[in-house]
Design a protein around this ligand. Structure first.
Ligand code: ATP
Ligand code: MG
Length: 557
């Protein structure tokens, strides 16, 4: 850990615990996803925190699947979660499943019954809800609350044996129906659910509730610092109550603020709706805030980790601007990607004083930020594709690109002057005619001419084609979850723009899925997983900063 970085509140607690000699064997944390969806960037915050603390303080971090709810969980999700954590760069000490503890948890429940601290209740869930009371009113005790230990043990065993239907009986902790914290008013700890579980199959028809599974699982694994999001703060007294009554390892729960990000939603339930209703192509759609979506979009693990470090860990919820995430990925990709040339919206430029049929090689530096990235040779010829926006028929004063009479440098090649252009009957420019200054070649420029603008290009006879997918925010609203009505009403209808035919330099012909590049002046791009050698597909990860807009805004530029 660097000296100047101040500790967050959890690090402060751990530092104090260690100084007090509380954990001579080191700390133990866990990341406990429920395998009911793919991980999102919010989970990344929890992953970076839990695995990061273990790394920083010489402890261990477990991956524990919190798979106590059989109806929503699937093996596909387990696999994707493991892949995403590995990709983020973390390794778990142990891979555990709460379902592996079902027998132990059942034992804990019978311990409570024996101590007179749990009972089987025949009330319906409606009756239980109706007798909970409120913040100002105490609850009402169930008529089944005072069953004998023997009867409770027998009934609970019969529940397990499958004697009852879903909802016919529950097991409740016997705490206090007048407790100021409603969660401690005899909470349900086991329910009957005749459902197939993705790991235990049909072995069980009773399942522990979250509150009776989570803390006990922490305790079984001797987790020292159990870190969760703020909404569990009111569960903490219950977490501690079970540990105390059962006399098991005293894990401690700490709560931090969950990550919320602008222009997206961050709940698996909502993300699942987007997938099921086909608003996106899948969990890994590059517009999704999922780890797999961000990966497919071209994000790097380094950028995501950097983002999580930058936002820090706090006790109060807030909404983080997605442009901070974009800043982090831009910063990393700037260092590690090779620069290449691709023309997204092509128009043809013809150099009239360059011999027909001639080709020469020009040298292009791969990454000015990284000299070790080397350089490559690019074919240059008489006919080039350039961006349509780099030419204006009637350019304003500070337009330092092409227009009648204007000069510009072709990146890594020559200075050209625009002499003429041609339009079709609709007024669309079809060809731009230029002459080049033969003594202005980059690296050997003796022309003595200085031009302000440099544009990218691709040689027409050498160009390869590709599909490019440009992405905008998935939602029009900064915080779709807080809007009135259904969050899906706030989807951005133009979040995806497909350019079916763009021209790319020939060095990209062999680019493989997952490879990342900077398309000069156009942003950072990543080869999509749908891409093949016959049909290359690039996703735009993020734009570059718009230098033209910045220049135009600068007075006297
Ligand atoms: P969701 O509400 O998106 O379904 P969840 O909390 O139900 O999320 P879990 O699989 O239970 O998802 O979460 C695993 C861990 O990740 C938990 O410790 C949870 O607190 C944490 N986590 C989930 N969402 C966020 C978030 N937005 N920011 C930080 N941590 C999160
Ligand atoms: Mg959850």
């Amino acid at each position: 850990m660097s000296e100047e970085k101040s500790l967050n509140f959890i690090e402060e607690i751990i530092t104090a615990d260690l100084a007090a000699g509380k954990y001579p064997d080191g700390i133990r944390t866990r990341f406990p996803p429920e395998p009911n969806g793919y991980l999102h960037i919010g989970h990344a915050k929890s992953i970076c925190l839990n695995f990061g603390l273990a790394d920083t303080y010489g402890g261990t971090c477990n991956l524990r699947f919190d798979d106590t709810n059989p109806s929503t969980e699937e093996t596909e999700y387990v696999e994707s979660i493991k892949e995403d954590i590995r990709w983020l760069g973390f390794r778990w000490a142990n891979e555990f499943y709460a379902s592996d503890y079902f027998e132990q948890l059942y034992g804990f429940a019978t311990d409570l019954i024996r101590k007179g601290l749990a009972y089987v209740d025949d009330s319906t869930s409606e009756e239980i809800a109706a007798t909970k009371g409120s913040l100002t009113e105490p609850g009402k005790e169930s008529p089944y609350r005072n069953r004998s230990v023997e009867e409770n043990l027998e009934l609970f065993a019969a529940m397990r044996a499958g004697k009852y239907k879903d909802g016919e009986k529950v097991l409740r902790a016997k705490i206090d129906m007048a407790h100021p914290n409603l969660l401690l008013r005899d909470p349900v700890i086991y329910r009957i659910k005749h459902a197939h579980h993705h790991r235990t199959g049909d072995q069980w028809c009773i399942y522990p509730m979250y509150d009776f599974a989570h803390g006990q699982s922490d305790s079984i694994e001797q987790i020292t610092h159990s870190i969760c999001t703020l909404e569990f703060i009111h569960h903490r007294p219950l977490y501690n109550w079970f540990i105390e009554q059962l006399g098991i390892f005293p894990s401690r729960q700490y709560e931090f603020a969950r990550l919320n990000l602008t222009y997206t939603v961050m709940s698996k339930r909502k993300l699942l709706q987007l997938v099921n209703e086909q608003h996106v192509s899948g969990w890994d759609d590059p517009r999704m805030p999922t780890i797999s979506g961000l990966r497919r979009r071209g994000y790097t693990p380094e950028a995501i980790r950097r983002f999580c470090e930058t936002i820090g860990v706090a006790k109060r919820e807030n909404l983080i601007d997605v442009s901070l995430l974009e800043f982090c990925v831009r910063e990393h990709l700037n260092k590690v990607t090779n620069r290449v040339m691709a023309v997204l919206d092509p128009v043809k430029l013809i150099i009239t004083n360059y011999p027909e049929g001639q080709t020469e090689e020009v040298t292009a530096e791969n990454n000015p930020e990284d000299p070790s990235a080397g350089s490559r040779q690019l074919p240059f010829s008489r006919e080039l594709w350039i961006e349509r926006e780099d030419f204006m028929e009637q350019p304003p004063k500070k337009f330092f690109r092409l227009g009648p009479g204007l000069m510009v440098r072709l990146k890594n090649a020559y200075i050209v002057r625009c002499d003429d252009f041609r339009k079709d009957e609709t007024g669309r420019v079809t060809e731009i005619y230029c002459t080049h200054l033969p003594d202005s070649k980059s690296g050997n420029d003796t022309s003595g001419i200085n031009v302000k603008g440099t544009i990218h290009w691709v040689s027409v006879p050498h160009a390869k084609t590709a599909e490019v997918r440009l992405y905008d925010r998935l939602f029009k609203s900064e915080d779709p979850s807080s809007e009135e009505g259904d969050f899906k009403e706030y989807l951005n209808p133009s979040s995806l723009e497909v350019l079916p035919q763009v021209y790319i330099e020939p060095s990209l012909a062999e680019a493989k899925p997952g490879e990342r590049f900077q398309f000069l002046r156009k942003g950072y791009f990543c080869v999509d997983t749908d891409s093949t050698t016959d049909r290359l597909i690039f996703n735009r990860t993020v734009t570059l900063k718009d230098t033209w807009a910045k220049q135009a805004a600068k007075p006297g530029a």
